[in-house]
Design a protein around this ligand. Structure first.
Ligand code: TYM
Length: 330
């Protein structure tokens, strides 16, 4: 029996953080056992907002591949590749762009949010490419006819748009070429950053995946807790505390006890944070060790990405033929 197919991607736009890990990668590592998976380092997507300075692009791609492999993605079980190495992504993006109404793109909530957010930082991304970001994402998923897309909840609107693009294509060309994909979320649908907002590089509130124990401790020390709690013996409210959210994700087995102690004023924030830092360092220690080992093998990383692009390319070119036939672009 053939397995269901997964596609997911990540932008190589700088230091990979724990939000990316808990929202997506950790889930990918579990899913690789059951699904046929295509995981792509989506370099073209990162150009939509970082087109001016591309000097770090290749380094970021390499670092992302290292992060993925050290977290446990198996290059034999999965197809791991760089998006721009499979030309059909750009080709399908172009074809889908013809029939995607402008109004669908303008109403995507992340579009206006990110324009505003980056505008505040003095960055102008009022470009054709940035508006088309979700069409490129739809092309990624549709090119492989994937049915499952494991992502964090911040990608929900993009996934919904992909489904609309699929329906429109099948309707226009009177052929069920594409299945409608669904989102698959991990337990941490949205991991907060140290300031309590969504962890995101653009907010500067991340904990880097590669943080060593001192950096981890320092970032956790800066985390916001219950603002009503002044003294250690004050009764706290864990439900409004970011540190507690982290305990629920990274220290699940002890989180109930921590919540009880916080409510009773029996554990102080400093102690609670130290306990979290210790737990997280343990969890990440093995991954960091593997990363150090892999770092010594740049030729292997290159090989993995080349092999992945070759395998992805085969599926992409065969599907592309069918797509163009349906559209009469012969
Ligand atoms: P990107 O690169 O911004 O993020 C990669 C993945 O990490 C998840 N994520 C989070 N999850 C939980 N909490 C957070 N704080 C957090 N921050 C990030 C994201 O949801 C994502 O799953 N558009 C995509 C990349 C993409 C893609 C695709 C994804 C391009 N083509 C096709 C799926 C399918 C993006 O920008 O992810």
């Amino acid at each position: 029996m053939s397995r269901e197919r997964i596609f997911s991607g990540m932008q190589p736009s700088g230091r990979f953080h724990l939000g990316n890990y808990m929202g997506a990668l950790e889930n990918w590592v579990k899913l690789q056992e059951e699904y046929e998976c295509f995981f792509s380092i989506v370099d073209l997507h990162s150009l939509t907002s970082s087109f001016e300075d591309t000097s770090k692009l290749q380094e970021n791609i390499y670092e992302m591949a290292l992060d993925w492999l050290s977290a446990g993605l198996d290059p034999e079980k999965n197809v791991i590749f760089v998006q721009s190495k499979v030309k059909e992504h750009a080709e399908l993006f172009l074809l889908l762009a013809m029939s995607t109404p402008l109004s669908w793109l303008e109403r995507v909530p992340t579009y206006k949010d990110k324009l505003l957010q980056l505008g505040e930082l003095g960055k102008d991304i009022n470009t054709y490419g940035f508006l088309g970001y979700p069409v490129l994402m739809a092309a990624d998923i549709m090119l492989y006819k994937a049915t499952c897309v494991p992502v964090g909840e911040d990608q929900a609107a993009h996934l919904e748009l992909t489904r609309e693009i699929v329906r429109r294509f099948n309707h226009l060309y009177k052929k069920e070429v594409f299945p409608e994909p669904r989102a698959v979320y991990s337990q941490a649908k949205v991991l907060p950053g140290i300031d309590g907002r969504k962890m995101s590089k653009s907010y500067g509130n991340t904990i880097p995946f590669g943080a060593g124990s001192a950096e981890m401790k320092e970032r956790i020390r800066m985390m916001v807790t219950d603002p009503q709690r002044i003294k250690k013996t004050d009764k706290g409210n864990p439900d409004v505390c970011t540190v507690y959210t982290f305990h629920k994700v990274f220290n699940r087995e002890n989180s109930d006890e921590i919540a009880d102690k916080c409510r009773a004023g029996e554990i102080g924030c400093v102690q609670c944070k130290n306990c979290l830092a210790e737990k997280m360092n343990c969890l990440l220690a093995d991954i960091h060790l593997r990363r150090e080992e892999l770092k010594k093998k740049p030729a292997f990383i290159k090989e993995v990405l080349e092999y992945g692009a070759e395998r992805a390319g085969k599926v992409a070119s065969s599907n592309m033929e069918e797509i163009k036939r349906a559209m009469n672009v012969l």
